[in-house]
Design a protein around this ligand. Structure first.
Ligand code: GMT
Length: 378
């Protein structure tokens, strides 16, 4: 099949899922066309089955705001016509779903019928999408999508709760390609671990876009409680609006010597393979891809029970869940995992085992089945 994938090219989870999905489909022989305003960060190698089409908005002094959605719509029309795409798959509703709808209508005037799938990822529904500034467009474009998928049951429930949806919605969980995550430490990993934790301290980590919903301040609070009891180091990876506040907080808590803020990383697995525990205390989280990436590397997860996190992190097995903001319980649970080598080894094994439920091989055919169905129904 010839599949167009519209995505955000940044470190956000929706862009990562879309890129990994496209790469995996390309490996299976499909022709994949990524469409975005920048090269997606995880699109890092040449594959003859993959093309990248850049959307370039037209700059004109009259525009206080660049009409990106129109530039995207025109690009979609262009790519579908000239590359003869069979189907479009848009990730994150705003503004991708409405652009796909508009492109579809334009293409009809050229005698082309191209179905489009919208995959909702989370904040496009729970935070941004339900804002009155967007709600009518989001409701319309979800209802007009030829298929709609969501990354968790929790997000499906939220979508029906917040919008007047008449369309069916299918849950397809996010996935990981296990071959990209390794559980065994290489000699280089061991050297890096030694550099970071020279006295055998436990290594705890968190990776996010440092937005308010991630509650990174809770990570620092939890870490301080852990470090009060056992020697430990914290790796904070990622970047975003809250980073400065977190740096200040580390100074105030006098934990800077034990905290490494490493900024954005290309591959989460480089952090996970030297980590003992991952913390994700989010306020809302439709799925929590970062948590799944940790589990796939055999790193247990301490998380909140927000949104879809209970679908990803199995309480008492792959880690523990607590109510949002309950940092004392999260620290207690973290310590119960980290306290002994035996318990840690057991949770590491269970974390990996649980992640297999979300392996690429289980999830990919579900998307392929939708593409095939829509193409047949044309
Ligand atoms: O919150 C983020 O990290 C970014 C955001 C996005 O859209 O890129 O992530 C959302 O989509 C991810 C992939 O499906 C999910 O794993 C995240 O849980 C979801 N974020 C939220 O719901 C807050």
């Amino acid at each position: 099949m010839k599949i167009g994938i519209v995505l955000y090219p940044t470190f956000g989870g929706s862009g990562i899922v879309a890129t990994e999905l496209g790469k995996a489909l390309a490996k299976k022989g499909h022709e994949i066309h990524f469409i975005s305003y920048n090269q997606p960060v995880r699109l890092d190698h040449f594959d003859p089955n993959i093309r990248y089409h850049e959307v370039r908005p037209f700059h004109y002094p009259l525009f206080d705001y660049q009409p990106y959605e129109l530039a995207l719509t025109s690009k979609l029309v262009d790519v579908v016509r000239y590359e003869e795409l069979d189907v479009l798959h848009v990730h994150y509703a705003i503004p991708h779903a409405s652009a796909a709808y508009f492109a579809k209508q334009i293409l009809k005037t050229h005698g082309i019928d191209v179905p489009f799938i919208t995959t909702l990822h989370g904040t496009d529904i729970t935070l941004v999408g339900k804002h009155p500034a967007f709600e009518p467009v989001i409701t319309f474009s979800i209802n007009e999508s030829d298929a709609v998928t969501v990354v968790s049951q929790s997000l499906k429930d939220d979508t029906y709760k917040h919008f007047a949806i008449e369309n069916g919605i299918e849950v397809i969980h996010n996935f990981v390609e296990h071959s990209l995550y390794h559980r065994e430490e290489s000699s280089e990993d061991t050297a890096r671990r030694k550099e970071l934790a020279p006295n055998g301290e436990r290594i705890v980590c968190h990776i996010s876009n440092f937005r308010k919903v991630k509650r990174v301040e809770d990570v620092v609070k939890i870490f301080r409680l852990i470090r009060d009891k056992i020697p430990a180091k914290l790796i904070l990876a990622g970047d975003g609006p809250e980073r400065f506040k977190i740096e200040q907080m580390c100074k105030e808590f006098q934990v800077c010597d034990d905290v490494e803020m490493v900024g954005n990383v290309q591959s989460a697995s480089e952090i996970h393979c030297i980590s003992d525990l991952f913390i994700l205390p989010s306020e809302t989280e439709s799925f929590g891809l970062a948590a799944l990436e940790a589990l796939a590397s055999g790193v247990p997860v301490i998380s909140s029970d927000a949104g879809g996190l209970p679908e990803v992190n199995k309480n008492g097995y792959s880690g523990f869940l607590s109510k949002v903001g309950n940092v004392e319980e999260m620290a207690k649970n973290a310590l119960s995992i980290l306290a002994s080598d035996e318990t840690l080894a057991q949770f590491k094994e269970q974390a990996y085992e649980h992640s297999l439920k979300f392996s690429l091989n289980n999830i990919l055919p579900q998307y392929e089945a939708i593409y095939e169905r829509l193409i047949k129904e044309k």
